[in-house]
Each structure stands twice: as structure tokens, then as C-alpha cells.
Design a protein around this ligand. Sequence first.
Ligand SMILES: Nc1nc2c(ncn2[C@@H]2O[C@H](COP(=O)(O)OP(=O)(O)OP(=O)(O)O)[C@@H](O)[C@H]2O)c(=O)[nH]1
Length: 345
Amino acid sequence: MKNSRRGPGGRLSVSRLIYPFRVVGMGLGGLPVATVLHELQASWLAWAFVALGCLVWPHAAYLLAAGSADPVRAEKRNLLVDSAIAGALVPMMHFNVLPSTLLITLTTVDKLSSGFRRLWLHSLPALILGGAASAALLGTGFSPLTSMPVMLACLPMLLIHMIAVSIGRYRLIRKVTEQNRELDRLRRIDTLTGLSRRGAWEEQAQQVLASRRAGRQDCMLLIDVDRFKLINDRHGHGAGDATLRELAEQMRRVMRPQDHLGRRGGDEFAILLPDTTREQALAIAERLRCQVERIRLADYPDVCPTVSIGMAVVPAAPAHLGHWLERADSALYRAKNAGRNAVMA
Ligand SMILES: Nc1nc2c(ncn2[C@@H]2O[C@H](COP(=O)(O)OP(=O)(O)OP(=O)(O)O)[C@@H](O)[C@H]2O)c(=O)[nH]1
């Protein structure tokens, strides 16, 4: 359990991720604060707090999280301390309006973008407590006007923060897009054979139907392994799977660039043959049938699979996929009834 939290890809990575942002963010945040303190001729105690909070704390926070049994929980606590430090700096700066607003806003935005649920809400009491403690211990005043040097000192924090947030969002969008693409691939591809699943294959068949031109013939083959249940029962499920994979391989060998292969489920496969005459389709089906007859699996030499194939030319307009599939299915049925290991149209 401990390892999974702290391993290379584990939860310790949260601290590693936040560490450079905290070092840069607090360091740049210290710039306007130091400028205001200089203008106010603040006490050495205030300077010491700024040095500790902005320069030492980011490293201490990382070490605390890294040494913790639960780095994520420790990091949440660190984020609350960040807010308390930001809150403490506000009365120290006598509520100088621009740096105070920036510190409060950016520290709250950081909680939102950390991804921890409602952490921003929990950070508000820490912010107020930090402010109250600082006012009580170091005293405060009220000089909200922001001078030009302080405005300029705010710019690096503002710019770097905007850039960091934009980069974070860009990475997130890239990751979500990649994951969606992978999910779509898994939805479309049968993991055993690498062929299109039923739905994806039917989408391709619909596209073939939609792109039909007058005078063009399109054909379809429905392929079913003969007595596949017996292969499973006699030789085991592993032999059945190996047979399906090898059959997919043989189908790939007969296919042309324009053809579409699919596994319709179980031991039934389909091939779309666009722009193909009845004779060409029957020749392809026969070639596939003969190739399957010759299959010998290295790990299961006693398995001798055969297939039955139903072929159907696309029906005349209005061409409908359901109708086309019915024709191929009844041809397949006839091939099975004729004793299997046969091609029928
Ligand atoms: N090994 C394996 N078996 C599967 C898979 N999917 C379905 N099956 C099995 O495939 C068998 C299909 O058998 P049936 O459709 O009854 O027909 P059959 O034994 O091929 O007989 P005919 O089609 O009449 O020649 C069933 O026993 C299923 O459990 C799979 O992914 N792997």
C-alpha cells in the first residue's frame, strides 16, 4: 500500500508536480510583497516571515509531503498552509490593493486547479486565520494605494501564473483527447482479433451503401466457423481463441485495400467487398475457404478448422443494410445445410 502511494507513478508524484509551481509562484509572489515592505519600512520580523514563507516554505513543503506516509493528504495540508501564508501577507502589506487582490485570487485559483474537491472552500478559513494571526502578532495599517514599482513587481507573478495555468489546461485537454481516442478505438476494435467490432463494421457498411454509384456492384461475405463449439469442447478455449485469431489473419491475407473486415460476434465474421462483381466475390470467398482448410496451429496441431461462407450482392435500390445482411445470412445458412466447409450465394 505504502509503495503504491510513493512509487514512480504513484501519489508522491502530486508533490513532485506541485513543487516547481510552488517554488516559482511563492518566489514571484514575494517580489511585490518585498517591494511594499520596503516602501513601508517594515520590521525585520516581517522581512523574516516573507523570507521564510516565500523562499524556505516551498522546499520544506516538498520534504514534508515526500516524507509523509500519505503524500496526497500532506500536500492538501501544504496547500492550506500556502493560503495561510498568503493571508498573513495581506495585513503585513497594509492591504495594498493590487498585490493583496492578486495573492488572494491566485492562491484560491490554485486550489481550484489542484483538482482536490472543495479545497478552495476549505482554504478560505486558512486565508482569514493567517491574516488575523499576522495582524495580531505584527500589527497592521491601512494604505491601499499601489505605487508604480509595486505594480511592476506584480507583473512577473501575473504573467507566469497565466502561462502556467494555460500550459496545465493545454496538457489536460491533450490528455483527455488522447484518452477519448483510445476509448473510441477500444469501442471499435475487437481485442482478440484486432478486427472491427460489429457496430464499427456496420458503420462502414452504411458508408459503402451511401457512396453507391450506378453500375457498381458491392458484395458481402458472412463467414462462420464450422462446429466451433466442438473445437472449444475438445481442445479448450485457448484453441478456440487461437483459431479465431488465425482465421482473422487469413481474412487479412485475402482482403484488398478497399475491403472492410469485421467480427460480428462469437465465431461469425464479415467482409465488405465494395466495387466487386459476384464472380470476384465468390472467387475471394473460395480462396479464403481453401486457406482456412490448410490452417494448422503450432500449439494445437489437431485442430483442423473449416468455414462456411454466405455471399450476397447488394440488393437493388432502396439498398438497406438489414436486407443485405439477411441475404448473406440465408446464403450462409444454406452453406451450413449443404454440409459446411462451403461457399453459397
Ligand atoms: N474460444 C472462444 N469461443 C467463443 C468465443 N465467442 C464465442 N465462442 C463460442 O463459440 C461457439 C459458437 O458455437 P455455435 O454458434 O453454437 O455454433 P458452432 O459450434 O460453430 O456450429 P455451426 O455454426 O452450426 O457449425 C459457442 O460455444 C461460444 O461459446 C470466443 O471469443 N472464444
